[in-house]
Ligand binder design. Structure first.
Ligand code: 1GP
Length: 245
């Protein structure tokens, strides 16, 4: 089973949690220790990304060290085509649907595509939608952020992603966002599409994770909670809430 099939199969019986790590934030060995603890707590995959300046060497080494310690998938969550590690299990092949800059809609993808295909790295197609406030992701991606009350645009982008044949949708409030994507928006997108929805940005406790899964999120992504507190009781409670939903 490839990574997407594993995700889809698991989703038939439960909601999922993915742990986002930035390779630039810690040494590869430390990233591997965090990933191993997160796996013990029940996280379903490690996502690697978040930083613009990561070197190929650091990314490769981080993937390698993590893969020595965990059996869950390691999935790249790239900002640009410059850092793609072929050692990962899969890559989210993303299209920032609401960017003003074609570079983030199809330019970086064009640069990386032939290499990803030739090397046999599993590409999981994902429509990436940045919702207000968007934080650094919104600024770097030059996003025309979806306003928090603009459910119609979020649904429009999401259905467009589905009709374009994408595998997943990611509703992103931005790492460190003061509030996650509104539950009304998650609910409306869930009603409108038949592909899984990831939700991330600003989910820092079990209550917020519970609200997002209750609204229809299939996969919750958290990043900052580990950067700020390590693998803490709060992290454990978030994962437990999602796993037991
Ligand atoms: C970023 O949505 C993720 O892409 C994670 O956000 O760091 O706020 O958990 P946080």
């Amino acid at each position: 089973m490839n990574v997407l099939e594993t995700i889809i199969t698991k989703l038939q019986t439960k909601k999922l949690h993915m742990t986002l790590l930035d390779p630039d934030e810690q040494e590869p060995e430390a990233a591997a220790r965090i990933a191993a603890s997160a796996e013990t707590m029940g996280t379903d995959a490690v996502m690697l990304g978040g930083s613009t300046g990561v070197t190929q060497e650091l990314l490769d080494e981080t993937v390698e060290k993590i893969k020595e310690k965990v059996s869950i998938p390691v999935i790249l969550f790239p900002t640009t085509a410059s850092a793609v590690s072929l050692k990962a299990d899969a890559i989210y092949f993303m299209c920032l649907l609401n960017s003003r800059n074609p570079r983030f809609i199809m330019g970086e993808q064009m640069r990386a595509a032939a290499m990803v295909k030739q090397c046999g790295l599993e590409a999981i197609s994902m429509g990436y939608i940045i919702v207000e406030p968007g934080m650094e992701a919104g600024t770097i991606g030059e996003a025309d952020v979806v306003k928090r009350d603009d459910v119609k645009s979020a649904v429009g982008y999401s259905v467009a992603a589905e009709l374009l044949g994408m595998n997943l949708i990611y509703l992103e409030a931005g790492s460190g966002a003061p509030e996650p994507v509104p539950s009304e928006m998650i609910f409306a997108v869930k009603e409108a599409v038949d592909i899984p929805i990831l939700v991330g940005g600003g989910i820092r406790d079990a209550e917020k994770a519970g609200i997002a899964v209750n609204a229809g999120a299939d996969i919750i992504v958290t990043g900052s909670i580990v950067e700020e507190h390590g693998i803490s009781a709060r992290f454990r409670d978030i994962v437990k809430t999602i796993n037991e939903f």
